[in-house]
Design a protein around this ligand. Structure first.
Ligand code: SF4
Length: 431
């Protein structure tokens, strides 16, 4: 008999339905007379809502699309082949190659590739700008790239970072008005910024509840349930979903409901997973392992801060006692760039964040995906491994790619996991 009770998430079906609706909205944007805007996930949804209202556009989140293709194994292989046939290097971002291949082949899982009208891209990772400009040139459409790299490290933001972002935000508003013929509405923008911050606050609060023993949400579920914040973080629907999920998590913690009934070892899984091989998480569960979180998954679109002694804690960036709603677009932009950030892609931000999780999430070790398909989340990983070992935590690695199956060797990965489990003194609980 299992040590702890388990239960499926009540809101799982709703998460799936939201995902279906988002991609349906993208595929039918043209026939609905909507503007289709593409770019990696970020804050640009707030600008687009300010421009055209929540129903006036459809947003194709290029990284979510590239990731979704990663799990579509047959199409993925064809996309990757097509990109390499055109002379692009196989060591480029695998999401980007999946996306490009799908565009070049003019094929998606649901018919023709959904060609965007405009690209709006926050350049958080080195790949982002090139991804977008290449596609904009290919399709002959306009493209706007916002440089935000430094400002994504919430622990290092200075006044100049914020001003730089605000200046670019103003340029973007003018650019969007020019290319769409629509007028920007401050009020709609402010509302979407507030929504964006609420979902970010809720996601950090949810991830923080994974400190509980037993762990209420395994990392594989975390990847799926965070989709709402990746694709539509600025929408009222995302706020409703995250509120439901937060309440369900509270309930799970109060009732001692576990993600893995025989939880006996808690690991950090680092880096984006190989989406076509999520079964490795089930494989580890047979050893009583639950992966509770990590930098990727917890650190984007989420509100965190460090206490004076370096502890990671979820914070409220809006709605706290004394908080005032932004009075105009510029104040809203300041909220957007100040609000907790995500400490996402800079290596030292990743180290600090991961050490914070290792310290307070009752962690027994960490498993690192040495991900050839994503340079952004792979930066500085060896230094993080070193720092965790200095804390006395066992670590291991496996090689793969988040979106290119050519870089995956199943037998080798399972062998690495088996050896790591053995070193942690774990044995398989069932077959
Ligand atoms: S390298 Fe990674 S972080 Fe950068 S665009 Fe690709 S998937 Fe995103």
């Amino acid at each position: 008999m299992a040590k702890y009770p388990t239960k499926k998430f009540d809101c799982w079906q709703l998460a799936k339905e939201m995902q279906r609706k988002t991609f349906e909205g993208v595929m039918t944007a043209r026939e609905q007379g909507k503007i289709l805007i593409a770019g990696s996930s970020g804050f640009q949804g707030c600008f687009l809502t300010g421009l055209a209202g929540a129903d006036g556009f459809a947003f194709l989140s290029s990284e979510a699309y590239g990731g979704m293709l990663s799990a579509n194994t047959e199409l993925q292989k064809e996309c990757i082949r097509e990109v390499e046939r055109r002379g692009y290097s196989p060591d480029l971002c695998s999401y980007m190659r999946n996306y490009w291949g799908s565009a070049f082949l003019n094929r998606s899982p649901w018919g023709e590739f959904p060609h965007a009208d405009l690209y709006v891209q926050p350049a958080i990772c080195d790949t982002h700008a090139k991804w977008t400009t290449t596609m904009a040139e290919y399709h002959g459409i306009p493209c706007f790239v916002i440089d935000v790299t430094e400002a994504m490290d919430f622990d290092k933001q200075g006044g100049h970072h914020k001003q730089y972002f605000i200046d670019q935000g103003l340029e973007l508003i003018e650019w969007l008005e020019k290319h769409t013929g629509k007028e920007f509405d401050d009020e709609r923008f402010i509302e979407s910024v507030v929504n964006h911050q609420i979902t970010s606050d809720l996601w950090a609060e949810i991830c923080e509840m994974n400190k509980a023993v037993p762990c209420p949400m395994d990392q594989k579920s975390q990847y799926s349930l965070s989709n709402a914040i990746i694709r539509e973080h600025h929408s009222p629907g995302a706020v409703r979903f995250m509120t439901l999920l937060r309440d369900e998590m509270k309930d799970r913690v109060a009732q001692g409901i576990a993600a893995v009934g025989n939880e006996s070892c808690r690991l950090i899984h680092d880096n984006c997973p190989a989406w076509y091989a999520l079964h490795i998480f089930r494989y580890m569960e047979k050893y009583g392992v639950v992966c509770v979180g990590g930098h990727y998954g917890m650190a984007f679109t989420s509100s965190w801060a460090y206490t004076e002694d370096g502890r990671l804690k979820a914070i409220k960036t809006v709605g706290y006692p004394g908080w005032q709603r932004p009075s105009n677009w510029e104040v809203a932009l300041r909220v957007l760039v100040s609000g907790g950030g995500g400490g996402a892609l800079l290596p030292d931000a990743g180290r600090k964040f991961t050490l914070g999780v290792a310290r307070d999430w009752n962690i027994n070790g960490a498993l690192f995906h040495l991900n050839r398909g994503c340079e952004g989340w792979s930066r500085g990983r060896m230094e993080i491994i070193y720092a965790l070992r200095e804390m006395g935590l066992p670590t291991s690695t496996y090689e793969g790619s988040t979106g290119d199956m050519k870089d995956w060797n199943e037998a080798q990965v399972l062998n690495r996991i088996d050896s790591f489990m053995e070193s942690l003194d774990l044995s398989r609980l069932e077959d």
